[in-house]
Write a protein that binds this ligand. Structure first.
Ligand code: B12
Ligand code: SF4
Length: 548
């Protein structure tokens, strides 16, 4: 790649792909593929109880923060907003970030840019770059595979090894459930921290691992716990947060870094809460005491079938692990793949039952999906098992297989996937109820802990259980009484326990606010039944703009 002739004087636009997203259209939007984490792939069968929220496009925010050129980030534009910005911004570089599913939108954005700003260099990055032969599918000048900060710095003639500055990222926004948007106070939502990209475990289907180098490889933005501590302290004071969403595919795997962070947290009396992704084998490197001290409050954990042979699960009894985490107040988002090689129509329901029996707080189900760049994709291609006529817009893990499975048909793959979500909801109830249960467990265990750092965190975790959540539980119990008596009964028991623990305040919140929430829940249910969908707003942010 030749550096851009204007270097850091170049005007840069970094854009995510255009919306709206939750609708079927010719550019690759799909109703079942909204720009939402939980509703898309976790709580989608939970109706009005589903947790709804949006997440910014962190990759381009990271790049913007780490270049000195004047730079605009345009997140979630409409097609018209993108076109307007390109035509008025006199950009030297137009960067587009995308995943594979949205390649149709990238093609259109390149076309629009060429038409209205023919002198702009078009740079395309993110996971879409893993598509073989992408250069023949879209009209771009540069296609960037892998880590983008160092690439963009090189392109602008900057020092690619300069320390990484971390942008201020509020982890999620537009939070909504049971038909209301809870009031957001400054600091009430976690800050996102991105310590690394990639994962060295190299599971055969894993696109994040393969995109950043595959087995044995990853890229650290922050090598040490000391560096992480400094970044988190800065977020704490500027964003007034005390909880952190650690966006690292396998945060606990780098034990030295995590333990050094813990050392600094102890020295400085920090009672932070951490939400992390981890593989089961990485968690096993820690005692429960260490996890609690580190403030691990929520873990996203791969729970592939016990019949699978993934190294990340080796030596783990995941059901026992799930129970143990809950006993320590650690909430669990389990992630299970539907349609593994050994699955058949005969055994798959049993395997899903096994996953659901973990009684996680949240459960993500995804289809086994060969995606370009992964070892699984190479293997399927070699065996001639990839289905040729599947639109990339339909390869997102929530629809149907994109390959010939040995025993399960394409149509049945969708039926089993949908059933997994329904079965989880039927057996375990709304995720909001489950997190209340785990939070109470943690509180009871640690409310009198001798370490004030730990006590304080559990006091903080339990703050909403006393009021708002008591009312949510009241409404859930009523709403589910006729449709799922067993879960309604469990919610009732939890509500009584909370009432005993927190007394009059929680009982009053339940009886005063509960009926309002029941009404908003029913209203939301009707709204969703009419086909209402949620879309993120367009966000535009400029940096170093006075230079422009
Ligand atoms: C947050 C997230 C989301 C958010 C999206 C937020 C948004 N605004 O786009 C939500 C939850 C909505 C989401 C949804 C989906 N997601 Co998602 N998501 C992620 C997640 C967890 C983090 C992304 C992130 O910020 N990473 C950290 C940043 C720093 O890394 P990065 O984005 O890769 O960016 C780096 C490089 O790629 C590069 N780069 C990125 N953009 C650009 C642009 C330019 C110009 C350049 C030069 C470089 C560059 O530089 C960055 C710094 O190194 C990743 C997993 C992961 N760990 O990355 C999955 C991931 C990106 N998602 C994925 C998928 C499949 C989906 C869904 C289709 C899944 C589904 N069915 O739910 C939907 C799609 C929704 C839609 N309609 O588009 C896949 C993509 C696979 C692929 N090969 O394309 C990933 C990798 C998860 C996985 N392992 O399968 N997702
Ligand atoms: S452990 Fe998780 S993040 Fe790491 S390679 Fe396997 S699936 Fe990917």
């Amino acid at each position: 790649m030749n550096p851009h002739p204007k270097g850091v004087r170049a005007r840069v636009l970094l854009s995510s792909v255009f919306g709206p997203y939750a609708q079927d259209d010719e550019f690759g939007s799909r109703t079942i593929n909204p720009m939402e984490l939980y509703q898309n792939q976790v709580t989608r069968a939970q109706g009005p109880f589903s947790l709804r929220m949006f997440h910014r496009s962190w990759g381009i925010m990271m790049i913007q923060e780490n270049i000195s050129a004047p730079c605009t980030v345009l997140d979630f534009p409409t097609r018209e907003a993108f076109e307007r910005e390109v035509s008025t911004g006199r950009y030297d570089i137009v960067g587009i970030s995308s995943i594979i599913t949205n390649v149709g939108k990238v093609r259109e954005m390149c076309r629009v840019t060429r038409r209205i700003s023919p002198d702009s260099a078009i740079v395309v990055g993110g996971h879409v770059a893993a598509i073989p032969g992408l250069e023949h599918l879209i009209d771009a000048d540069q296609i960037v595979r892998g880590e983008g900060i160092s690439w963009m710095r090189r392109y602008l003639g900057e020092d690619e090894n300069a320390p990484i500055r971390h942008p201020h990222i509020v982890s999620g926004f537009g939070v909504r459930s049971m038909g209301i948007q809870p009031p957001q106070r400054p600091g009430s939502t976690a800050a996102t921290i991105i310590p690394s990209v990639g994962c060295p475990m190299g599971c055969n289907f894993c696109t994040t691992s393969s995109f950043f180098g595959g087995k044995g490889k990853f890229v650290n933005f922050y090598e040490t716990g000391d560096e992480l501590f400094e970044v988190m302290s800065e977020m704490e004071s500027s964003m007034k947060v005390r909880s952190f969403f650690m966006m690292d595919e396998n945060f606990l795997l780098q034990r030295n870094r995590a333990m050094q962070l813990l050392g600094r947290m102890k020295e400085n009396g920090k009672s932070w809460a951490l939400y992390v992704f981890s593989s089961a084998n990485a968690i096993r490197k820690y005692t429960m005491e260490e996890l609690v001290e580190l403030g691990v409050s929520w873990v996203w954990l791969g729970l592939e079938s016990s019949q699978s042979s993934y190294a990340k699960l080796s030596g783990s009894n995941t059901q026992e692990l799930a129970k143990e985490l809950h006993r320590h107040g650690i909430k669990l988002l389990g992630s299970t793949i539907v349609g593994l090689e050994h699955h058949t129509p005969e055994n798959i329901r049993e395997e899903i039952e096994e996953a659901v029996a973990h009684e996680t707080d949240f459960h993500q189900f995804m289809l086994y999906t060969p995606v370009p760049g992964t070892p699984l994709y190479a293997e399927m291609a070699e065996q001639g098992r990839l289905l040729e006529d599947v639109d990339p817009a339909d390869i997102h893990g929530q629809y149907k297989f994109n390959f010939q499975h040995a025993a399960i048909s394409r149509d049945d793959s969708k039926k089993f996937l949908d059933w997994a979500f329904l079965r989880d909801f039927e057996r375990n109830g709304p995720s909001l109820f489950r997190i209340c249960r785990t939070t109470l467990e943690g509180w009871k265990r640690y409310k009198n802990h001798p370490d004030p750092r730990i006590r304080e965190r559990f006091q903080w975790e339990v703050r909403q259980l006393k009021e708002a959540y008591s009312a949510c539980l009241w409404a859930m119990e009523r709403r589910l009484r006729k449709t799922n008596e067993a879960v309604s009964e469990q919610i009732h028991t939890l509500r009584r326990e909370i009432g005993k623990e927190f007394g009059l305040l929680s009982r009053m919140a339940a009886s005063l606010l509960g009926p309002v929430l029941l009404w908003t829940t029913r209203r939301e249910e009707k709204r969703l039944a009419r086909g209402f969908v949620y879309e993120p707003p367009t966000i535009l942010e400029r940096r170093n703009w006075s230079q422009a």
